[in-house]
Design a protein around this ligand. Structure first.
Ligand SMILES: Nc1ncnc2c1ncn2[C@@H]1O[C@H](COP(=O)(O)OP(=O)(O)OP(=O)(O)O)[C@@H](O)[C@H]1O
Ligand SMILES: [Mg+2]
Length: 349
């Protein structure tokens, strides 16, 4: 019934992207033709026959349901935050959660594949927005833990940079009170803070500051920071904590102001990292994030990147339909309510 309800409300247009457990589709709301994104997250393990053409190593078992529900919970906390991709609705069938959210044009990763690096103005707009959003989410008790270019989306508008959205809260952590200490080796290698992967100890929200620093370096230089060094090896490979980034990164394409900010974000010792709420006041951000129009070259490349994203093939919605019962529907409705999903908009339309 859940799926019938979803199919009654939305039609699937095309696949936009897929990751380990999730496929992201463009869907269209039938009542008004408005496009949205649907992230379908597999929450059950694959059966033998389904794995025929797939690599079993891409599908780690366990914890899938928890990850999907954590994402829903975190997105619910971010409702109304302009820098968080907005949650619209959630549906559940036998094997998947289907998370309907606002549709963006592409990710920063897509853009970098096309363009290699951003101008200082664009990079400052991205970092100002992401840092402000991360700070707001920390205040709401949500730590993202997987900040990287593939999880920063660019929205609709005159310029790709009008709407910069943080997405993919699948490995985020939502606090139960004011305590922001957590454990767990999650995130993406080479983006994740060394203390997350290298330690059995607790860490805190300052892991996101590291992620912002890695993103800033990458979007300005076109290269990944500490290329070839796994996050867990970063401390061992760098002898002096103070000199971490100075000696280990290639600063050729990075201006002095940006370099200063990167150095303040990429301290091995989390206590020495610039507090995330101070990033928007850093002189380089203030100087470069103003509302100037990006140069023509950037605009042309933006158009190209937009086309690139929507030129992907349509594979249709691949999922099995189970036999849902009414009790199940009730259960799901209660569960979604518990996760913070508000279906009020459905009543409106
Ligand atoms: N709301 C959206 N609008 C447009 N594209 C989106 C949206 N959400 C996700 N995508 C696209 O799908 C990709 C994967 O989404 P997401 O990062 O949420 O999934 P994931 O499977 O958890 O990813 P990974 O494990 O690779 O980090 C994004 O990088 C982006 O290209
Ligand atoms: Mg992702």
């Amino acid at each position: 019934m859940e799926m019938e309800r979803m199919r009654a409300l939305f039609s699937v247009e095309e696949e936009l992207d897929h990751g380990g457990q999730a496929i992201v589709y463009k869907v269209v709301r039938k009542c008004d033709g408005q496009p949205f994104a649907c992230k379908s997250i597999r929450v059950t393990e694959y059966k033998e026959d389904e794995l025929e053409d797939l690599n079993p190593d891409d599908f780690p078992d366990g914890g899938l349901l928890e990850e999907a529900e954590m994402e829903i919970r975190a997105l619910s906390k971010g409702k109304g935050e302009s820098g968080v991709v907005q949650l619209v609705d959630v549906f559940r069938d036998d094997d998947y959660y289907h998370i309907i959210m606002e549709l963006c044009e592409c990710s920063l990763k897509d853009l970098l594949q096309d363009r290699t690096r951003l101008s200082e103005h664009e990079a400052a707009m991205v970092i100002e927005s992401v840092a402000r959003t991360v700070s707001r989410m920390h205040d709401l008790g949500v730590v993202h833990r997987d900040i990287k270019v593939g999880n920063i989306l660019l929205g609709f508008g005159e310029s790709l940079f009008d709407n910069i959205k943080l997405a993919d809260f699948g490995t985020s952590w939502v606090s139960k009170g004011t305590d922001m200490r957590m454990r767990g080796q999650v995130g993406t290698d080479r983006y994740v803070a060394p203390e997350v992967v290298a330690s059995i100890h607790e860490y805190d929200e300052r892991v996101d500051v590291w992620g912002v620093g890695i993103v800033l370096y990458e979007i300005l230089s076109g290269k990944l920071a500490f290329e070839g060094v796994r996050s867990r090896d970063v401390p061992r490979r760098l002898s002096h904590w103070e000199d971490l980034a100075v000696s280990s990164l290639d600063w050729t394409d990075v201006s002095d102001g940006a370099r200063d900010l990167i150095l303040q974000l990429l301290h091995l010792d989390p206590r020495r990292r610039l507090p995330i709420h101070e990033v928007e006041n850093h002189p380089w951000v203030v100087k470069h994030s103003g509302s100037q129009v990006p140069d023509n070259r950037s605009l042309e490349e933006e158009q190209h990147s937009k086309r690139m994203v929507f030129e992907q093939p349509h594979h249709g919605l691949k999922r099995r339909r189970g036999e849902e019962e009414e009790e199940e529907e009730d259960f799901i409705a209660k569960k979604l309510q518990h996760l913070g999903v508000d279906r009020a908009w459905q009543v409106v339309h």
